[in-house]
Each structure stands twice: as C-alpha cells, then as structure tokens.
Design a protein around this ligand. Sequence first.
Ligand code: GDP
Length: 303
Amino acid sequence: MIALLAGGTGGAKLARGMLDVVGPAELAVIANTADDVEVYGVHVSPDPDLVTYWLADSIDPRGFGIVGDTWEVMDALAAAGRPTWFRLGDRDLAMCLIRTERLLAGERLTEAHAAVARAAGVEARVLPMSDERVRTEVTAGGRRRPFQEFMIVDRASSPIEAVILAGVEEARPTPDVLDAIRTADAVVIGPSNPVISIGPILAVPGVREALRESAAPVVAVSPFVRGRAVKGPTEPFMEYAGLSRGALGIVESYGEVIDGVVCDEQLADAPVPALACDTLMDEPDSRRRVAEDVLAFASRLDR
Ligand code: GDP
C-alpha cells in the first residue's frame, strides 16, 4: 500500500507513475483541498481533480483541465456579462456538478470526490485531506485574497507577505486518510509545492501524528529539477517561508516528518538519507521510473 501526499501537478504526475508500478488497489493519494473554491454555484477541488485527471490519462496538455474539453458554458456566461475569471471547461464543470450534487445531498467531500473519480474511470483512491473547509489565503501588496484570486486575478504579481490556512485548526483528517497512512508500506510526499500544496495537508491537526505513528517510511520527492521549480509558484512561496531553494529547502520544510529525500542533486550533509536520480517526469516512462526509484529507496530505509 502506498500513500502519496499530493498537490495538483508534481504530486499528480508521480501518482500516475505510481499507478503503473503498484496498480489502483494499492494506491491512495491524499490531496490538498485548501485550494478549493466555490464558483458558478459549484465546488471546485483543483488538486484532487488534477490528480484524478492524471490518473485517468485525461489531463489536458496545458497541465490542468480535461483534454479536448469545450468552453460553451464559459462563453455563455461571458456573453451574459458574468465574470469568468476561473475558466472551467464543460466536462470539467460536469465533474464539479457531480461533486456539488453529492455535497448538497449531505455526503462528505471524500464521498463526493469518490463519485468524481468513478465518473472519470479512476479506481485508485483520491482522498481529500479533510472533509472540513480549509482555505489558503494570501496577503500580498497589502491585500488579503483567496488563493485562486491571488493566482488568477492578481497573477501572483505582488510579493507574498502572509499565507493563512483559514479553518485548518478546526479541520480533522478523514478516517480514510488516517487509514491510508496507517496501512501504508511507504508514505511518499510528492514533488509538490511544500508551502501551499503539502503545507496544508501537514497542517491538518492529526496528520503529523499519524505519520509519526505509522510504521511506514516517509519519503519526500523534491519538486526542483536542475535547480528550478518546473512550473508554478513554488519558488516565491518557499522564499516567503524562509526556505532555501532546492532539495535542501524541501528537507528544511518537512523536518522530522521525513525519513528520506529523493532529488536530482548531490546533497552533502543532508540530515536524512538522500537518493540522487533524475526526477523529471515528462513522459510515461520517466513517471514510472521515478515511482520505481522512490519505492525502492523507501524499502531500504529504516524507521
Ligand atoms: P499545483 O497545485 O498545480 O501547483 O501543483 P503541485 O504543488 O503538485 O506542483 C507544483 C510543483 O510540481 C512545482 O514545484 C514543480 O516544480 C513540480 N513539478 C512539476 N513537474 C515535475 C516533474 O516532472 N518532476 C519534479 N520533480 N517536479 C515537478
């Protein structure tokens, strides 16, 4: 059993590699929901959805949304003079409608996302980190904004002054998440943004304790490839958090949570065992190979 902590891009690509290596019955992906947003009357879960679309081989080559999607609803909203800043394709919107209908019927977010995964043909478990509402907000240029508005409307243009995980103190990990961690043979922290993708998962009270108590080794994969983040705002958020750029910053960020790190750098004096290997996952073969290397490394680690 593999439990993989993931945001939407780096973690999702590794999830796709893991699927090839261990199969759907052995894979549980614990996904960040602090980027979730309510828009057009639907509940959007960007990270769980990206993981799901990657696992379904339906991710759009842009890196988000569903391949071959159409934009009739967004065009109709725009024609009606409604804001369309959060661009959701028609099929992507259909997935959000499935989730929202279930939530309105009183189901947990976990159950509602399971319905989305089933609709997408995904058999592996994609688990929201919590059923409770947690929302990342960013203060930048003196203004506090929900994360998606900071990224999309403001284009992340001002220096980050604060990151707030609203609601996290009241949130709890789901029984499904705790079970995935408890029964894992290896826990892998995907190469996701440590501050805004993995940070919220680890900040849900009870997750760090569950990782500490698990018999499984915990291995982090660095999102830095040849010294730089492949895409997205990992670098400015790590700078804001006072973390070094590169794999060392990943080790600093996760501290005692991890038993090992996988990166493409030679880490001298790393406080945990490190495996150096190519971690770029731009092709199915490389995604599978990184997953194999990570699991082989984890199996050699002591707890
Ligand atoms: P987001 O929610 O879409 O921002 O996704 P994540 O937080 O999961 O992923 C963003 C991180 O994925 C960035 O820091 C990238 O450097 C990292 N990333 C993307 N592709 C790769 C890859 O092929 N290999 C590695 N090691 N990291 C990657």
